[in-house]
Design a protein around this ligand. Structure first.
Ligand SMILES: Nc1nc2c(c(=O)[nH]1)N[C@H]1C(S)=C(S)[C@@H](COP(=O)(O)O)O[C@H]1N2
Ligand SMILES: [Mo]
Length: 268
């Protein structure tokens, strides 16, 4: 989070609300869950017995993960989507972890193995771009009190984790049980100066993206090139720019702003 909020770029609330209401969140929910179901890794999950419409293993993982609980996939927890006509350029807000020397050409996304954190896999931007491209237009809300509608493009975090079997101890994307999934994810800048902690349900949420484009353009360095998080179910503090490292973990990871008194979940 940056310095003092200046020149906030508020979206027209009324217009935004109208757009939100004109869309069927239910339809979007179905699309999101169907997208998960189409991934081989989730096939076992959706075939499981359901409890209130949510496959039981996922529900138990969600419950084990605390207050977000089994309501997670209800429409109340899908962020509204908007028309692209409403997008604005967000100001550059927050430069923690982005100040040092940085060579985008040498950049790799490093992922520590869940079971053996010393084992690191490196991915290129091309690896991320090879995953299905997903575009969403949602509201970026900063905890400082401003918000702006932004169009994000990138890969679903879930597609990445599932394709490479990153969230399971055996590196297998078809986990035998949901309990085998890492309960948490830590994401940090290459210099580790900015870091966020995520529960696995938020990380695997269908609207959580590893983004390489913003408002139809490649990400600029100030907005987090080559890769940043966008997760519209959370406040902007979780939209970590310039991702360097991802770690699946069983311990709830530290979080830069939670360490400074903000809510660790930072949902809204
Ligand atoms: N590396 C890094 N990422 C960050 C921050 C930061 O200070 N450093 N600030 C966060 C905050 S508080 C917000 S609101 C958003 C703002 O994104 P933007 O600069 O693209 O508008 O980035 C988030 N990601
Ligand atoms: Mo923010």
């Amino acid at each position: 989070m940056a310095d003092t909020p200046q020149n906030p770029a508020p979206s027209s609330d009324e217009q935004v609300q109208r757009e939100a209401n004109s869309r069927s969140r239910r339809a979007f929910l179905v699309t999101g869950v169907a997208a998960l179901a189409s991934l081989g890794g989730w096939r076992w999950l959706v075939s499981q017995p359901k409890e209130a419409g949510i496959p039981r293993p996922l529900r138990s993982v969600l419950e084990a993960n605390g207050k977000l609980a089994g309501e997670y996939f209800s429409d109340a927890h899908l962020a509204p989507v908007f028309s692209k006509r409403l997008v604005r350029e967000p100001r550059v807000n927050g430069k923690i972890g982005m100040r040092g020397e940085f060579d985008p050409a040498a950049w790799r996304l490093q992922v520590n193995s869940f079971t053996d954190p010393k084992r690191v896999q490196a991915f290129t931007l091309e690896d991320i771009k090879a995953l299905p491209r997903v575009e969403i237009t949602t509201e970026l809300k900063c905890i400082e009190g401003w918000s702006v509608v932004v169009n994000w493009a990138g890969a679903r975090f879930a597609d990445f984790a599932i394709k490479y079997g990153l969230a399971t101890p055996d590196g297998n994307s078809t986990a035998a049980s949901a309990e085998a999934l890492a309960p948490y994810v830590r994401v940090a800048t290459p210099d580790n100066a900015y870091y966020v902690g995520l529960d696995i349900a938020s990380a695997m949420h269908p609207q959580t993206l590893l983004c390489y484009e913003m408002n139809g353009q490649p990400l600029t360095p100030e907005h987090g090139a080559p890769l940043r998080l966008a997760m519209p179910v959370k406040y902007g503090i979780k939209y970590l720019k310039r991702i360097g490292n991802i770690q699946f973990t069983s311990q709830r990871p530290a979080d830069y702003w939670a360490d400074r008194g903000y809510d660790w979940n930072a949902g809204h």
